[in-house]
Ligand binder design. Structure first.
Ligand SMILES: *Cc1c(COP(=O)(O)O)cnc(C)c1O
Length: 384
């Protein structure tokens, strides 16, 4: 059962009271196998890698949140990326953004390039550059928006048109937006990918990945890969993510509210250089953001006026509430240094060519009281 609004779907879509007990919360089916009455005579469940009722509820719920037909969960976001690229064959080309999540860049260039798949990285906010990069061999277009860490916004609709013109499958990594802020299928995406580790679960206590699709054939191929390669999540983690999702809409509203105040605070601070946040009217892709997103999110990056690694490190050591850590999208605020953390696997020359400065600081704004967050930033900036 699905409802019209995501605020209701987070709680109810795909979730039924347990038929044997009436338990309102989906039970944790902690089992590796299922008893059969006779060979092949079973209740739709054979083996834990292949099917699990807790995972099923989560998969159906996530599909509803993306407004798509099917959801498939993986043990991590990278497990989902891995399954998606395994749709391809040697010689196939993938066109992707040059401002890509470091782990995706790593699996593309260090793992799958060895299997004869060709990856091209272009600035996807430049539509002409994408048109120039696709060829009849392009079988997949890999979009990530907002991008990490520069918060560029890529026009999903335009990318789908270009990808579909050469028959490519268009995948959107929707991790930074969450299904609350953006549903890429509305603009034509064939596959929507998430690291559920981030906003979807939202409580920094699980790693998980998800792929959502509309096409049944594509779903069957991905389910075959999911079962064959085996990067499936366990029932306990599935339960925790189901629970996290129940407050996705409330959390996202507060992430956005706090994000807006902090972006404006930073933009007016004398020690801050550039602030990257798609909510600014002056942001290069603001109009695209308004078209495809409900609000602008809680991810903000900025540089310091004295553009040095040392001043960035001073800042990073001075925040108390903003914890220095990898990851994002949890209820608590985090701060990170892409150059030495999430993006360390991207070579320095490539980072700089893509506009990623060494003093860049990335904030994942949490849902704490805004006054406490501003006070923490104020103190840390006073040390710079
Ligand atoms: C974290 C992340 C991933 C990878 O997900 P894991 O759950 O860490 O494996 C992929 N894409 C983006 C944009 C991410 O932030």
């Amino acid at each position: 059962m699905r409802y019209k609004n995501i605020e209701t779907n987070v709680l109810h879509a795909g979730i039924e009271p347990d038929p044997t007990t009436g338990a309102i919360m989906t039970p944790i089916f902690q089992t590796s196998t299922y008893v059969q009455a006779a060979p092949g005579d079973h209740k739709g469940y054979e083996y834990g890698r292949t099917q699990n009722p807790t995972r099923d509820a989560l998969q159906n719920n996530l599909a509803a949140l993306e407004g798509m037909n099917y959801g498939l969960c993986f043990s991590t976001g990278m497990g989902a990326v891995d399954a998606c690229i395994k749709l391809l064959n040697p010689g196939d080309e993938v066109v992707s953004t040059n401002d890509l999540y470091g782990g995706s860049y790593r699996i593309f260039t260090k793992i799958f390039a060895n299997y004869g798949i060709v990856f091209k990285f272009v600035d996807m906010s430049d539509i002409a550059a994408v048109e120039a990069a696709v060829t009849p061999k392009t079988k997949m277009v890999w979009v990530e928006t907002p991008t990490n860490p520069l918060l560029r916004i890529i026009d999903i609709e335009a990318m789908c048109k270009i990808g579909h013109s050469v028959g490519a499958t268009v995948v959107v990594d929707n991790t930074f937006a969450s299904p609350y802020l953006q549903n890429p299928a509305d603009f034509g995406a064939d596959v929507v990918m998430h690291s559920a580790t981030k906003y979807i679960n939202g409580h920094s206590d699980v790693v998980m990945g998800v792929l959502c699709v509309n096409d049944e054939v594509l779903k069957d191929r991905l389910a075959f890969i999911q079962n064959s390669c085996g990067a499936t999540p366990g029932p306990m983690d599935s339960f925790l993510v189901l629970r996290g999702i129940k407050t996705l809409h409330i959390r996202m509203q507060r992430h956005c509210e706090n994000g807006k105040v902090i972006a404006n605070y930073l933009a007016n601070h004398p020690k801050v250089g550039e602030v990257y946040w798609p909510g600014f009217e002056s942001h290069k892709n603001h109009e695209v953001a308004k078209k495809q997103m409900k609000d602008f999110g809680g991810m903000i990056s900025f540089t310091l006026k004295s553009d040095s690694v040392d001043s960035a490190l001073t800042f990073l050591k001075s925040t108390k509430l903003f914890a220095l850590a990898e990851s994002l999208g949890g209820v608590e605020s985090l701060v990170g240094h892409p150059t030495t953390m999430t993006h360390a696997s991207i070579p320095k020359a490539e980072r700089e060519a893509n506009g990623l400065k060494d003093s860049l600081i990335r904030l994942s704004v949490g849902i704490e009281h805004i006054d406490d967050l501003i006070a923490d930033l104020d103190t840390a900036l006073s040390h710079v």
